[in-house]
Design a protein around this ligand. Structure first.
Ligand code: GLA
Length: 710
């Protein structure tokens, strides 16, 4: 084994030794006899695989008894992979402690909210706060790093797997109290932040505080929110402890972990992103009808967490997707199309879970790059085809920044707070609101970034603020200054309602954003049935919602600007326009200077404002007090100045720009042939494109464009 030192600390965000895009997946050779390994590596070579995650669930094989390591098999695997030209993303196996661990340390097994101590038998049975687990994790990470620090196959470290395990045990309780002391400083401050005066919850001693365990009725929402924040930090501490050892022994090897996505995950990726050398995410779309839009959503989110830098799609499914009530096989062509979507939006490659579908075990029905049928299969042929295609994108390398004029604010803490059980409507869901905002942009052909509040928004023409339930004073000031300087802000209902401790801001909703929006909301009226909204004047009544954007555009933006009243609370003339519907939610709004763009029609809010616009400084702040359908939402955005996309419906265009070069990714999600205006060279075919790019159904292209292309 020879030592490889090719990278300085400040550039270790790329798996060592891999020049182009990463291609591969989780490889679990411990599930297979050795004779299969040779075939695996031969197939990987043929498929163009250059990176595999090894050992992610192999702890019981690596350390069959406490302190006794068996590295022989892993030595052979790594040597074989290296000989085959495949780099290794070597995992620390701490997501799946071996059976002996729980027997030796029953106090390190996790306890659910109802007090049940879980047992070994699945994976993720540990408490990150339990000292024996922390020690065993660092020990096994050190043993691996000492063994493989100089192995030439070692390309990257993959710490743990999908952090997200909850525990309510006494170790977690003690650590939670320490965390609370650091966050709140004093019991008085905590009691105030948690509103413990309600239901006699006032704490007189720190020892009285516990995680939000099962209780009689509703838990304290501020306590639940703080516990999720604490879990994120506790898991980050576990990650950091391993990273420190890996960094000490292999200073040139990037370290990462794979972020999971879901309401169950108490990890704040904004806090974690700075701790990983390369942001890595797993993505499994759960709605076949929306899989392409969900893919774009996840990829944009990952790029946001990475601060616009390249990131890596660590896992996706090659075949059957192991999610939802009915497993779903990816239709032909989707493996490549979704991989290209991720790459277009900043991923440094396309990786899968897992290389070979398992023959037994809990996830034996999850698809593999080599399915149960073996390499002679449709799925594996698609894997090979994609592997042959990706090197043609090598020149694209870093690929330049993804160009986006619009941002969506993403705040996991608002998501967590909105998961609380006692809200005015269980239909107000954070993820629905954010996904709708992204979907509307995606369908309009507009690439969006995700941004963390508060942050620098000056690069964006428009910022969408869906369900930002918690808003600090700093966030409110940040949004106001963005609008003052000319930005367009589109805020949807249930934003700016509470402070960072999940306490309601008093004096009228949406407390933190009231002045900026030029409105005051007196009460919420969750809707059982849809309500009609009356749009402002148009003298050409229309019966299609597609006309809404045109009507709205005329009334909000430049074309007929003289028709638009100022900020005196007057209306855009109305009564003659077409209607749209609002669902789920409505509010009693009083304009405090905002122009009214649409009014409620009928019901208790008849004639009152539903959608408003407030000029503030050089910009405008628009407020949606009810849920619109996607077309109406798109209409509002178009009317507010959303840049129009040149792409036909169903064709995704992503523009990348770097120093001296720019590229256009074009992906056809329709079953029709499509044409897009473009000139340059198609990197995948090598053909020149002179004005018109023709895309087959489900087809895609990556065009290197002349650098001066507008
Ligand atoms: C996650 C995990 C994998 C596997 C897949 C499929 O992403 O990281 O280990 O369980 O889901 O379910």
């Amino acid at each position: 084994m020879t030592s490889i030192r090719i990278r300085r600390r400040d550039t270790i965000d790329r798996p060592r030794g891999i020049g182009g895009l990463c291609y591969g997946g989780d490889y679990n050779p411990e599930q297979w006899p050795e004779e299969v390994w040779r075939e695996d590596v031969a197939l990987m070579r043929e498929a163009g695989v250059n990176l595999v995650t090894v050992g992610v669930f192999a702890w019981s094989r690596l350390e069959p008894e406490p302190g006794r390591y068996d590295f022989g098999w892993l030595d052979r695997v790594l040597d074989l992979l290296h000989t085959g030209g495949v780099g290794v993303c070597l995992a620390t196996p701490t997501a799946s402690p071996p059976p002996w661990f729980g027997l030796a340390h029953p106090d390190a097994l996790p306890v659910s909210a109802d007090g049940t101590r879980l047992t070994h038998g699945s994976r993720d049975t540990y408490c990150v706060c339990a000292p024996p687990y922390q020690e065993a994790s660092v020990r096994v990470a050190r043993a691996l790093a000492e063994r493989y620090r100089d192995h030439p196959a070692l390309a990257m470290w993959h710490v743990h797997n999908e952090y997200g395990t909850w525990c309510h045990c006494d170790h977690a309780a003690a650590a939670f109290r320490d965390w609370l002391r650091a966050r709140h400083g004093s019991l008085d401050a905590l009691n105030d932040a948690w509103t413990t005066a309600f239901w006699s919850q006032r704490y007189a001693r720190w020892e009285e505080i516990a995680p939000p365990r099962a209780t009689r009725y509703l838990p304290n929402p501020s306590q639940v929110l703080d516990f999720r924040r604490f879990l994120s930090d506790a898991m980050l501490g576990h990650y950091r402890a391993q990273k420190a050892v890996l960094r000490e022994l292999t200073p040139d090897v990037p370290v990462t972990t794979n972020f999971a996505f879901g309401g169950w995950v108490p990890v704040n990726p904004w806090e974690w992103a700075g701790e990983v050398d390369l942001v890595a995410v797993d993505h499994y779309p759960d709605d076949p009808a929306q899989a392409a839009g969900q893919t774009a959503f996840a990829a944009d989110l990952a790029r946001g967490w990475a601060g616009g830098r390249p990131w890596l799609l660590m896992e996706q499914a090659a075949g059957i997707v192991y999610t939802g009530p009915r497993m779903r096989a990816k239709p032909p062509g989707e493996i490549a199309l979704h991989s290209l979507q991720h790459i277009a939006r900043g991923s440094r490659g396309a990786m899968f879970f897992q290389w070979r579908a398992s023959r037994g075990g809990a996830e034996m029905w999850h698809g593999g790059m080599v399915p149960h049928a073996g390499p002679d299969s449709r799925v594996h042929r698609e894997i090979r085809d994609l592997g042959r295609l990706l090197p043609r994108l090598a020149e694209y390398g870093e690929g330049g920044a993804v160009q986006a004029d619009v941002a969506i604010l993403w705040d996991p803490e608002s998501w967590w707070a909105l998961e609380s059980p006692a809200f005015p409507s269980s239909e107000v869901r954070y993820l629905d609101a954010v996904q709708q905002a992204h979907r509307v942009l995606w369908r309009s052909g507009v690439t969006a970034d995700f941004a963390r509040p508060p942050g620098d928004l000056s690069a964006y023409q428009m910022v969408l603020v869906p369900a930002l339930y918690l808003a600090s004073g700093a966030t409110a000031r940040n949004l106001a200054s963005y609008v003052e300087q000319g930005g367009t802000l589109v805020v949807s209902f249930f934003s700016g309602i509470a402070d960072e401790h999940a306490r309601v801001r008093l004096g009228g909703y949406p407390g933190a954003l009231r002045d900026l929006l030029g409105i005051r909301v007196e009460e919420f009226l969750p809707l059982e049935e849809p309500v009609r909204l009356r749009l402002p004047g148009t003298h050409q009544p229309s019966d299609t919602s597609n006309d809404v954007p045109r009507n709205m555009r005329e009334n909000i933006t430049g074309d007929t600007a003289q028709d638009v009243p100022g900020n005196a609370g007057e209306d855009v003339p109305d009564d003659t326009g077409p209607g749209i519907a609002g669902t789920i939610w409505s509010e009693r709004i009083e304009s405090r200077g905002a122009a009214v763009l649409a009014r409620y029609e009928g019901g208790p809010l008849d004639g009152l404002p539903a959608i408003t616009r407030h000029s503030h400084g050089a910009g405008q702040a628009i407020y949606l007090s009810t849920r619109l359908d996607d077309d109406a939402y798109a209409g509002i955005l178009a009317a507010a100045g959303l840049p129009a996309s040149p792409a036909p419906a169903g064709v995704e265009l992503v523009r990348r720009g770097g120093e001296g070069a720019s590229w256009l990714f074009a992906l056809n999600h329709t079953s029709e042939r499509q044409e897009v205006k473009a000139s340059g060279t198609d990197l995948l075919t090598g053909s020149p494109i002179d004005g018109i790019l023709r895309l087959a159904p489900g087809g895609f292209a990556v065009i290197r464009m002349p650098h001066d292309t507008p």
